[in-house]
Design a protein around this ligand. Sequence first.
Ligand code: S3P
Length: 181
Amino acid sequence: MNNLHNFNIRIYLLGFMGSGKSSIGKRLAHKLNFSYIDLDQYIENKYFKSISQIFETEGEANFRNYEKACLHEVSLIENAIISCGGGTPCFFNNIDLMNETGNTIYLKLSPLMIVNRLKNSKKLNTRPLIKNKSKDELVEYVTNTLIYREKFYLKAKNIVEAKHKTITEIIALIYSKNNSI
Ligand code: S3P
């Protein structure tokens, strides 16, 4: 890959839990020789607590404050792929900050595909919002939450239909979208 000079210096990956932000982000960062930042990991390192512990001991509202503070910090890092949490764009003015400081890519998947991926994910029970949900509860949660969240996700500068695409195909699409703005 060349033409790196055309790339935005910061790319935020947005999307629901299980939409592939981390795996795509890591591969994309490697390909572009950018740093890879997982916002959840950044929060865990800064506050010395896992995301689950923060939710359990301090509640979601505090988690959202930490998330916002960390997003501001990473928005200053150059040449970085930033994989956000599923809720990051949907609180405060986070989506506006991301759009102002980089390219934003929404990895779009249907609720059914998200549910199937989450069900098969090793991380299922490390995600406090969906921990211990039955399949039916998960379908209901993902469907309803996505209806609300998509309003924010769709503010991303670029939307990538991730359905039936391999990681390699998605990365190629992001590359072309990033290069063309
Ligand atoms: C959340 C998604 C999680 C994590 C937290 C809340 C959400 O990140 O930030 O559990 O609100 O959707 P992933 O999307 O990486 O699982």
